[in-house]
Design a protein around this ligand. Structure first.
Ligand SMILES: Cc1cc2nc3c(=O)[nH]c(=O)nc-3n(C[C@H](O)[C@H](O)[C@H](O)COP(=O)(O)OP(=O)(O)OC[C@H]3O[C@@H](n4cnc5c(N)ncnc54)[C@H](O)[C@@H]3O)c2cc1C
Length: 378
């Protein structure tokens, strides 16, 4: 185990957020970085439990802007980290008809209407009655946990695994470091908290983790490179998977995280899936269940992330609350979180038509929200 317990930048959490912060700092030329992770493997929690979809649609317009920028950064990784897990350019299809989201293009970048016959050709599935399909060729798939490992391995960061941060060390309103559960101290100039579902336990923060189930269904014909499909009206999504089809019914069950444990799959997740598939995708209702798991998505009340300095302590910043967008957005979110400290040294990606960076920063700042998790109890 590495014993270095002092660094200019200390990052708490080795999920996608922490890995992306380490990658951005490395890219900006910083070398004195330390990542602290309570588990024995990086990306073991939310970042290892997701659906792996790079997706530009989001209900919050500022999240959508960070997703477009994130996708740009995902593509540019190919030049800097050519051995990173590949981005599979499958495209995506949004399905809907009743709500206004589809007509608005759900704010995804470039989209085009997809005729029902073409939808069937691409996915092997029939469009639900009265539904329309919108194709977004720029979306795709990427293996999130492998990406998290790759970013960390190719960053300048030293990793301290199986070490849990218990508190902040501060003096005169300035962060001086962190305290570990075994009593050791870490000295730091700056601390970036990327604790995912634990973030609100480190310092009071208006975040809530929600459990979501994922299921793999067997399929006779595997279509691993088909566009992934998100049915906005049915609240269900599916994508090709090496073992069949990966499906979720978009459930959100409030749950607290547990160290060393992943959220258990409950019967309510499967029941909801069956209902959604019966109503909208009957050809998927019969296939055999191959396996299932669940993960925690961490949300703020307005669905935007919490990025950037914490006004309570100089030298402290957050990159957290990435909800269901952390794979797509971690790279751009990390850059936005560091921008108040590092300015143009960070690369926030490209989004020519979207909001400017100051607006994006404001929309994701901690100051927009009350500093308390009690907001979720109201
Ligand atoms: C079912 C599901 C499907 C999803 N699908 C997608 C998708 O298709 N596309 C997409 O873009 N996003 C998706 N997401 C969202 C994405 O997975 C998350 O936004 C992302 O993984 C969050 O990364 P994170 O680093 O913030 O959190 P995590 O990956 O949970 O990492 C936080 C880390 O901090 C560590 N930690 C916490 N507290 C401490 C402490 N005190 N001391 C030391 N270490 C600590 C934890 O152990 C953990 O490793 C999905 C999420 C779920 C649950």
């Amino acid at each position: 185990m590495n014993r270095k317990l002092q660094a200019e930048f200390v990052i708490v959490g080795a999920g996608l957020a922490g890995a992306a912060v380490a990658e951005q700092l490395t890219k900006a030329g910083h070398r004195d970085l330390l990542v602290i992770e309570q588990e024995s493997e990086a990306g073991w929690h939310g970042s290892g439990q997701n659906a792996g979809m790079l997706r530009q649609h989001a209900s919050n317009p500022f999240t959508a802007a960070l997703a477009r920028r994130g996708l740009h950064l995902h593509r540019s990784l190919r030049d800097r980290l050519p051995a990173a897990p590949p981005l599979l350019a499958t495209g995506s299809v949004l399905v809907g008809g009743q709500g206004p989201e589809l007509a608005a293009g759900y704010r995804a970048g470039h989209t085009e209407r997809l005729p029902a016959a073409r939808f069937e050709e691409l996915t092997g599935m029939q469009l639900p009655a009265q539904s329309r399909a919108l194709y977004c060729p720029d979306d795709g798939l990427r293996e999130a946990k492998a990406l998290c490992h790759h970013l960390l391995e190719h960053s300048a960061a030293t990793l301290q695994m199986e070490a849990r941060v218990e508190g902040l060390h501060h003096q005169g309103g300035r962060v001086r470091g962190l305290v570990l559960e075994d009593g050791r101290s870490i000295e730091a100039e700056r601390v970036i908290l990327c604790g995912g579902a634990w973030s609100r336990d480190l310092l009071d923060l208006p975040l809530q983790p929600f459990k979501r189930h994922l299921f793999v269904l067997s399929q006779r014909q595997k279509r691993t490179s088909m566009p992934w499909v998100w049915d906005l009206d049915g609240e269900v999504y599916f994508r090709g998977h090496e073992e069949g089809l990966l499906v979720s019914a978009c459930d959100d069950i409030p749950e607290s995280p547990r160290r060393g444990e992943q959220p258990a799959c409950g019967p309510e997740g499967l029941a909801r899936l069956h209902r959604a598939l019966h109503e909208r995708w009957p050809q998927l209702a019969a296939p055999r269940l191959v396996r299932s798991w669940a993960g925690l998505r961490v949300l703020s009340p307005d669905d935007a992330f919490i990025l950037g300095p914490d006004p309570r302590f100089t030298g402290l910043a957050w990159c957290t609350g990435l909800g269901g967008h952390g794979l797509t957005c971690a790279l751009s979110a990390a850059a936005l979180a560091l921008r108040p400290w590092l300015g143009d040294q960070v690369d926030v990606g490209n989004d020519p038509q979207g909001p400017d960076l100051n607006t994006l920063q404001q929309a994701h700042s901690l100051e927009r929200l009350p500093f308390t998790k009690e907001i979720w109890d109201a």
